[in-house]
Design a protein around this ligand. Structure first.
Ligand code: 0X9
Ligand code: ZN
Length: 748
């Protein structure tokens, strides 16, 4: 694998001079606050108090604003509830400037060789791409999409080994100048795709199939300006003719242009411009899409809030597709979480964030039919746009698998998703169903009648089975009833109307799914309808202790609206409608002592819910004790999630399965600076195994009539060297002793 050499120091020198020469805008005493707005009037009040919405996090009514010192008293007097995220922005900007001037920005030696150790200015990004292109000339093509209003080129890169005209995916960043982590992420993508080609099989296949287009800096004037003059600049650098400067390019696209969530006021950060596509930057992007009709999917990278957003933004409602946006968005969100445990919530812009008209993804989807996402990168507000440089690389790392998933969907042409998950353990003796959702991406509509599942039991040949259409793009397949200990393998296929066959897993039957048939022995099964002896212990907690009950909230602050298992009740923190969440803590929910000592390989299962907007500090931690609560061992600690998630762990992986095992769930918001809601349901201790029933001739877990039949049909002698299951005592004949064994262990 080729590597990319570190770049010259000359750029770093230039940067230090440029930073020193400018007189940047100062934000002394400007505070970033997170407000909780409950009325339209409060929203209007905040629009007057603050010149700059920073971002919204998940949940209606939670909005971050920059508050200049002169507006502070008005905010306090307004009575609008808020908490401080950053008490003074300027020292953070100063610290960043000092750090960057010391050499990080141009990718010099100060980075210790890691280009992603600190943010990079426009020159350094262009140079980095030039180096990537020079290192991989056969994979990278540089193009100029157009020029910015101040005449800077808007550069794009085609990264691919696929023939021209192959399906394309476009990633762009930096429509908004101050969102510095975004071009770092798209640069990282370019680097991973090129260096992984010929080295990583998955990347190689994608590069051979898909054309990647990367436009790292859509708004070059604004980006430059944010480095030299105003760290918090968002728009482009259009002189508006009235002394104000800048159009929000992400309000300037021609789809729903001029609607709610954009401003006609030239001084506003969301000023939409005089007309759709009035700006050369958005025109360049539009022309590029129009001249590349094979682009079928795109991501517009922004920061911050940790969201995977898709249309619509200009109006309420989903994109009106067959669920592709939802399915792939959900997969991307899981991919991201799998890398560093960060939660990026997926959903349409309007519902998830706010109304925003004239944005790029509404046009790329609504006008061009391109599957379109806006990914809001890290963080969730603790640092906002002034992200610590240590978070650059992890942010890029966690987004890379997500872009591979999107490209994979494009390459594959269809996306399979499993709304209820796929089983790895099934109950012996019972047929089980598997729900599958399939979406076409590139080769036109699918033929629902062709949906099929292939099933193999214990290594036998795969047998094709039909899947039943459960409506729309949903299908249900059935796994046969198995004997305990048997293993079933399975995979799925569907054809498009054009006759293209899609499989899942893609390379099935080389790779297949598998589940083992077991019997479940439940020793503890808690649906929280009765209190089975839980204790609540609070440390440093001011609000939001664990309670057991039917969820009372309406979900607007991230709390569950219903329990997990449908029984009604669950355990949850601060069970009240409205403003009650975990403040301080931890609050701990501790089980009674449970005897799992007699169970072979006992398992702990539960469903958890955890939402919070400060995932670094606030956790839901699950621990086990094998000494009646004297000492505890961590099972898992999560920083966020979406909805209810069911998990299972082997007790012996953490503690000794004794007769006094306890489990405890701890939720914390300490320091108290964010909205934190936790819930637990369906707590179980069980063994999943195949009991040896003495008279079980056919191995189905029972001594019953089917065993008698086998026994009778092979009554008499039992030839040597031939499997003879009915000879239970192994004495060479099937006789009364064997019959007695079946009858004495009869389970019916
Ligand atoms: O408001 C925006 O443009 C984006 N958020 S940000 O804080 N980065 O400015 C959200 C964009 C949502 N997508 C579209 N409206 N197309
Ligand atoms: Zn943005």
């Amino acid at each position: 694998m080729k590597t990319i050499s570190t770049l010259a120091i000359a750029g770093g020198l230039w940067l230090s001079l440029a930073v020193a020469a400018a007189t940047p805008v100062r934000y002394d005493g400007h505070t970033i606050v997170r407000t909780h707005l409950s009325t339209a009037e409060q929203v209007e009040t905040m629009r007057h108090i603050s010149p700059d919405v920073w971002s919204e996090s998940v949940g209606l009514g939670v909005v971050d604003f920059r508050i200049p010192p002169a507006a502070w008293d008005t905010l306090v007097l307004s009575g609008i509830p808020f908490e401080i995220l950053i008490d003074d922005v300027q020292p953070r900007i100063d610290a960043e400037q000092t750090r960057l001037a010391a050499g990080g920005a141009a990718g010099g030696a100060a980075d210790g060789g890691d280009w992603y150790a600190d943010f990079k200015d426009r020159d350094a990004i262009i140079t980095r791409f030039a180096t990537i292109a020079a290192t991989y000339p056969e994979l990278v093509e540089i193009t100029t999409l157009g020029e910015s209003i101040e005449g800077r080129p808007i550069l794009g890169y085609r990264i691919s080994a696929a023939p021209a005209g192959s399906p394309g995916v476009l990633f762009n960043s930096c429509q908004h100048a101050r969102e510095w982590v975004s071009p770092m992420v798209t640069t990282f993508i370019a680097e991973e795709l090129t260096s992984g080609y010929g080295d990583d099989p998955a990347i190689t296949t994608l590069m051979d199939t898909v054309e990647f287009y990367i436009i790292p800096i859509v708004n070059p004037d604004g980006y430059e300006f944010s480095w030299t003059d105003d760290r918090l600049w968002r728009k482009n650098r259009r002189p508006n003719g009235d002394g104000t400067v800048g159009v929000d390019t992400n309000r300037n696209w021609d789809f729903g242009w001029g609607g709610g969530g954009s401003s006609g006021d030239t001084s506003d950060p969301t000023y939409r411009g005089t007309a759709p596509f009035s700006e050369p930057e958005t025109r360049a992007m539009r022309d590029f899409y129009q001249s590349h009709p094979d682009i079928v999917a795109s991501i517009d990278f922004h920061s911050y809030s940790q969201l995977v957003l898709f249309p619509w933004a200009f109006q309420e409602g989903g994109p009106g597709d067959d669920g592709q946006h939802d399915a792939i968005g959900g997969s991307m969100s899981s991919d991201i979480a799998a890398v560093h445990g960060m939660s990026y919530v997926a959903g349409p812009v309007f519902e998830t964030l706010y109304q925003a008209s004239g944005g790029s993804i509404d046009w790329t989807w609504g006008d061009q039919g391109v599957i379109s996402y806006t990914i809001e990168l890290r963080d969730t507000g603790a640092f906002g746009f002034l992200l610590p440089p240590e978070q650059i690389r992890p942010t890029a790392e966690e987004n890379f698998p997500a872009i591979l998933t999107l490209a994979g969907a494009v390459a594959q042409g269809a996306v399979f998703s499993f709304p209820a998950g796929l089983p790895t353990l099934v109950e012996a003796g019972v047929a089980s169903s598997v729900s599958v959702d399939v979406q076409a991406i590139t080769s036109g509509p699918l033929d629902p009648a062709s949906a099929r599942m292939f099933v193999s039991v214990d290594g036998d040949a795969f047998i094709e089975t039909e899947m039943v259409r459960a409506g729309g793009s949903s299908f249900t397949g059935t796994l046969p009833a198995l004997d305990c200990g048997q293993r079933v393998e399975f995979y799925f296929q569907i054809d498009s109307l054009k006759g293209v066959t899609y499989a899942n897993p893609t390379d099935a039957p080389t790779t297949v799914y598998a589940a083992d048939a077991v019997e479940f022995t439940l020793v503890y099964d808690d649906d929280f309808e009765l209190d089975l002896g839980w204790a609540v212990e609070n440390v440093d907690l001011s609000d939001g202790a664990w309670e057991i009950g039917v969820p009372a909230g309406d979900g607007d602050r991230g709390d569950p609206v219903a329990d997990f298992d449908g029984s009604g009740a669950c355990a949850l923190t601060g069970n009240q409608a409205g403003n009650s969440d975990v403040d301080g803590g931890p609050t701990r929910l501790v089980s009674a002592a449970i005897d799992v000592s007699g169970l072979p390989d006992p398992q702990l299962g539960y469903a958890r819910w955890f939402t919070n907007d400060d995932q670094d500090e606030d956790r839901l931690t699950v621990e086990l004790s094998d000494d009646d609560g004297a000492s505890w061992t961590e099972v898992e600690s999560v920083g966020g999630g979406t909805g209810w998630t069911q998990v299972t762990f082997a007790v012996a992986d953490f503690v000794t399965p004794t007769s006094t095992v306890r489990v405890r769930f701890s939720a914390t918001d300490n320091p108290n600076n964010s909205v934190t809601e936790a819930a637990i349901d369906a707590v179980r201790f069980f063994a999943a195994e195949c009991d040896e029933v003495p008279g079980d001739v056919d191995g189905d877990g029972d001594a019953d009539f089917s065993d008698l039949l086998i026994l009778i049909s092979s009554w008499g002698k039992c030839p040597p060297d031939v499997a003879c299951p009915a000879d239970l005592n192994g004495d060479g004949t099937v006789d009364f002793i064997d019959l007695l064994e079946v009858l004495s262990s009869w389970t019916g």
